[in-house]
Design a protein around this ligand. Sequence first.
Ligand code: UDX
Length: 429
Amino acid sequence: MKICVIGAGHVGLVTSACFAQLGHSVINVDNDKIRIRNLMKGSMPFFEPGLERLVKENRKNGRLGFSASVVDGVKKCGLIFICVGTPPREDGEADLSSVEKVVRKIARSLSGYKTIVEKSTVPVNTWKWIKHTVGLYSGQGADFDVAVNPEFLREGSAVRDFLKPDRIVIGVENERARKIILEAYRKIKCPKIITNLPTAEMIKHASNSFLATKISYINSVANLCEKVGADVQSVAQGMGYDPRIGKAFLSAGAGYGGFCFPKDLAAFIYIAEKNGYDFAILKAVQKVNEEQKRAVARKVKEALWVLKDKVIGVLGLSFKPDTDDMRLAPSIDIIKALQSDGARIKAFDPAAMANAKKLLRGVRFCKNAYSAAEGCDCVLVLTEWDEFRDLDLGKLKRLMKIPVIIDGRNIFKPEQMKKLGFVYKGIGR
Ligand code: UDX
């Protein structure tokens, strides 16, 4: 099939490379000409395991092309995926101006039948606006269908998530669009949920918000565990064996971040409000997450008493491991809180330092975990990168001024840390 993917961000580029990998002929369009030029030269705009190889391979075999022109992509392809960003406004409402602009461009480039698929995470019933706008700008008699196909991929495992998904959700109005989208995903074996368009949009909102709820829930349980002498990891394990609860997304820590959960939650709350419903549970989820970041900063303070001129070595800056993404990473708020109390920050992250440098001021970025820990009054773990689990802890201790570790992601074992002579505090245990 000939597929045009509009947007070369995380979702768009992964979608493009993976559809090419499935054997389709793909044009990935983005209005950022520099990004497109770099992609044509083989340089990736962000780090995502396995993606660079897929892009190179499919560039070579001619199945993946890049373009800065929507017209170009739409003219050549029958199936069009919209994967542009929907950033949050101040009040939480999603900013749909990029989607609207792209839709107008698609409308003006229509020639012959097209299936236009909304893949960006958007407020429920955005499909109606897409349909209306395409009709408005393409003139009478244009032949097209609008469909919804939300993306559930996670950064860091995006390629695997796309090619081996738990499910594919497809919202359509008719048989024609259903057949075309199913054909695009024919080689992927997984449950395929075919439903109407608003339901498909709601599935995405409801899924992300539920996952964020799980995280804030376990973080709340963790806070209580600390007070009563229980261990949240064992509590989560004990809960997770119940298939109605499940083991995933029950890791207590420094709170969720990234570009999806905070933004999608705010958008869902906003949509609810606009429709006259107070989504109180999600407001509490947000509040718990903000408080969790403050709680981690407080733990450092409790361990060191006065923070002024204390040196804190932060291990991990990205919002989660295996990504260089710093967007809304808990590390930003936590580091700022520590700095505002006068602490001096050294930091190391295996992938996110370049992005972190743009967001954090007054931080000394170090070449590895050991140099970040050297001379520190406290080491603070904020991202659970595997390489931190494998650190030589004896060496780390020798390098530190005093051996205090605040483990914001519970990557170390409390008994082992105590045996090694660390003053150790995790989350919820
Ligand atoms: C998320 C959804 O998982 C994905 O389906 C959707 O398409 C986009 O949003 P992503 O933001 O890439 O994906 O990361 P995810 O792995 O879900 O983690 C989000 C945040 O939650 C991270 O900050 C992570 O550290 C935190 N988290 C996750 C926890 O604190 N505890 C957990 O148990 C799981």
